[in-house]
Design a protein around this ligand. Structure first.
Ligand SMILES: Nc1ncnc2c1ncn2[C@@H]1O[C@H](COP(=O)(O)OP(=O)(O)O)[C@@H](O)[C@H]1O
Ligand SMILES: [Mg+2]
Length: 263
């Protein structure tokens, strides 16, 4: 098993140590070894689902192998190791970032191409629908690279998913570093751009402008934006909606053909 090689390297203190909430992580060039407590039946399911999603082109880090070192305790948690490929890029936002790095990251996300934002959202929904839970409470569970954004730290969700609105809130939160109220002017500008882009993508999946308006004008969501800024987002979305209705009917060959048939 590949994992045995990495456990050996871990004991030789190769690779960099990184501490998570309740896991210790050893980073190697292409793989990571996670040490902690887990339930074997859950890990087995996670291996199956993550590998299946990976095959479908979804940007997740699959769990590859595990190794139990101590048998399960009374709560069913065994201690051991898990092997994963190393996610490409870096944590989307982290406390170790300098102010300059933080502003640059927001800038890069605000300027990310819309197909990549779209993929991030559809990957998120596909992962949840496949039975895995993404933890949206920490930006360190999302990795950013030039290719796009990928997901780590996945657990089983027991078949429980959330309404579309909730994912809109989560995704805006992750991409904007939770709309930090310590933002600079430039950062607020990037934040608004990110919300516009995410909202356009969610509109395509069926989220109504009214819902988006309710969410972004609520105090919890928008503590750092003023009314005019919220209004600018809604105005932009309304225009986008009109524009997409016009282009979709103009581009529809069926309508054109029907008219021809009547003649
Ligand atoms: N597959 C991976 N690729 C790259 N870094 C990882 C990977 N898994 C974990 N890490 C790093 O270790 C940190 C903690 O791991 P994580 O699985 O998120 O544990 P926790 O449950 O403690 O949050 C992550 O935020 C990330 O920086
Ligand atoms: Mg984590």
């Amino acid at each position: 098993m590949l994992i045995d090689d990495f456990v050996k390297m871990h004991f030789e203190s190769q690779g960099q140590i990184k501490r998570g909430g309740n896991k210790k992580v050893r980073l190697f060039d292409d793989y990571v070894l996670l040490a902690g407590g887990f339930k074997e039946d859950e890990i087995k399911k996670i291996i199956l689902i993550t590998n299946e999603l990976k095959k479908r082109g979804i940007a997740i880090v699959p769990t590859l192998e595990y190794k139990i070192v101590y048998p399960p305790n009374d709560l069913g948690y065994a201690r051991g190791y898990i092997l994963q490929p190393r996610a490409k890029g870096t944590e989307i936002y982290s406390s170790g970032m300098s102010d300059e790095e933080h502003e640059k990251r927001l800038h890069d996300i605000a300027n990310m191409n819309i197909e990549k934002i779209d993929k991030f959202i559809s990957d998120w929904l596909d992962i949840e629908n496949a039975g895995l839970m993404i933890d949206p409470s920490k930006t360190t569970n999302f990795f950013y690279s030039e290719d796009g954004i990928s997901f780590i730290d996945l657990n089983l969700n027991g078949g429980k998913t959330e309404p579309l609105k909730t994912y809109f809130v989560y995704i805006c939160g992750i991409l904007t570093d939770y709309l930090s109220n310590f933002s600079t002017e430039k950062e607020i500008e990037y934040t608004i751009q990110i919300i516009k882009n995410v909202a356009v993508c969610f509109m395509k999946s069926g989220l109504e402008i009214k819902d988006i308006n309710d969410i972004i004008s609520s105090k919890q969501f928008m503590h750092s934006l003023n009314k005019a800024q919220v209004y600018s987002v809604i105005e932009f979305l309304t225009k986008e909606k009109l524009r997409s209705n016009v282009t979709s009917s103009a581009a529809s060959p069926k309508i054109f053909d029907k008219k021809n048939e009547k003649r």
